[in-house]
Design a protein around this ligand. Structure first.
Ligand code: SAM
Length: 301
């Protein structure tokens, strides 16, 4: 049975975005999202993947956000998982929204990069691929079981430039410093709620949001401490609530140590953009192509 979005969430969305946008957001949650994938350029290329998709009668179109992102029109994740290209790590099933933070960060060869909350590794392996395995990536994950999944994915995707650290990122020693940081923070998941999930009302609670905000602020504070001066980082969540997004960023801006670097969306195609209360940050609403997501780029002064 289809679930309703919880009342407290509807109220917060209406307060934050107004009645009209609330309706569009709710309609977005009710749409079925297309399966999307990223071609793993460490192991394959677009031509090989397009041929395999055609041979399997899978209709696809390219997504504008990246040359390696594909939208599948008539296949679900389970069907894709049966293909050799999936088992060989030549593709990675990844939502389009979730591909944005690494694209916005732009991982560079030879730089020391920290992925602070990394499992299962979608964005870590994407950063390894963008840098052609030439960046020095440290992937941190607190949960040991999720860290195992991360290691499995790194191996499968051939992301050999990644060192894995099973640790609470809040405890990373301030002695370390990084040229680029991705903080894809643990969040309430308010942008990716699944109305088919009968447990929705049980796990998606105001308590979860409060707990997430606390951890997000602590993690961002740590990220700022270990980011090198004049270097950039990306903060992202799969939430569309301002508490977990702009408020966390505002809290960081108050320290006076970082500034917002405006995200240039002109090359990312047609995005379902939600207004944000901090200029230059990006929030997407859920629709048939995108999950609800937030991305902000910060520079250490
Ligand atoms: N970046 C991942 C990807 O693209 O595949 C998804 C990350 S998920 C949003 C957040 C992850 O952070 C979870 O795996 C969670 O276990 C981990 N996490 C939560 N608190 C953490 C902490 N204090 N330190 C490190 N990892 C943490």
């Amino acid at each position: 049975m289809k679930q309703q979005l919880p009342d407290f969430f509807i109220k917060r969305l209406e307060q934050q975005y107004g009645k009209e946008l609330l309706e569009t957001i709710v309609a977005g949650f009710e749409k079925k999202r297309y399966t999307t994938l990223r071609v793993n350029t460490l192991k394959s290329n677009n031509q090989e993947i397009e041929e395999v998709l055609k041979d399997n009668n899978i209709e696809f179109e390219k997504a504008n956000i990246s040359d390696n992102a594909y939208i599948l029109k008539n296949a679900n994740e389970i069907q894709i998982q049966d293909l050799e290209i999936f088992n060989q790590g030549k593709i990675y099933l990844q939502s389009l929204s979730s591909m944005l933070p690494p694209i916005v960060l732009g991982p560079k060869e030879n730089l020391d990069i920290l992925d602070m909350a990394a499992a299962p590794g979608g964005k870590t392996t994407q950063m390894a691929a963008i840098s052609n395995n030439k960046a020095h990536i440290t992937a941190c994950e607190r949960n040991p079981i999720r860290a195992e999944k991360l290691k499995y994915n790194l191996e499968k995707q051939g992301a050999s430039c990644v060192f894995c650290m099973v640790k609470d990122a809040r405890d990373i020693d301030n002695f370390f410093s990084f040229d680029q940081i991705l903080l894809d923070a643990p969040c309430s998941g308010s942008g990716t709620l699944d109305l088919e999930n009968e447990k929705l009302g049980k796990y998606f609670t105001e308590g979860l949001i409060d707990k997430s905000v606390k951890t997000q602020k602590q993690l961002l504070n740590k990220a700022i401490n270990i980011l090198k001066k004049d270097s950039e980082m990306v903060y992202s969540t799969c939430s569309i609530l301002q508490e977990e997004n702009e408020e966390v960023i505002r809290n960081a801006l108050k320290t006076g140590k970082v500034e917002v670097v405006p995200i240039d969306v002109t090359e990312l195609g047609d995005l379902p953009i939600l207004p944000t209360t901090i200029e230059g940050t990006l929030c997407l609403m859920p629709n048939e192509y995108f999950e609800g997501f937030f991305v902000a780029k910060l520079k250490k002064k």
